[in-house]
Each structure stands twice: as structure tokens, then as C-alpha cells.
Ligand binder design. Sequence first.
Ligand code: ZN
Length: 69
Amino acid sequence: MSRKKRYTVKTACPQCGCTAATVLTAEELEKRYGHVPNFDLECGECLARFSAPAAEACPEWDTECRRKR
Ligand SMILES: [Zn+2]
């Protein structure tokens, strides 16, 4: 059995400046964000909505997406 690859999505809220890291599998990333150049995110602290380039938030996932685009 192969272990599932996990991706770390790192975000920094432009409003309050808090940072967060979320670890997701490819399936979860596809469901939550899809293969997009920008992630739509919500800050867990101040609930501000913002978007961040996938290349910055999760370079590994961005690389995977580029193969599928
Ligand atoms: Zn915030």
C-alpha cells in the first residue's frame, strides 16, 4: 500500500496578518479548490475572505495542477 501524498497549504491573511498551515490530500484539495491558479481562502481568525496564488500557498499542488491544465 502506498502512502497518500499530503500537501501543506500555507496562508497569510492580508487583513490581520495571521498565518495558517493546513495539510490536505490531493482529493481534499481537488474538492476544496480544484485545479485553479488562485485559491479562495477564508481567514480563521478574522474571517476575511481573500485569494492567494496557488504557487505561493501550496507550490507542490500548483505543480500537480500544471500537469493537468
Ligand atoms: Zn485574518
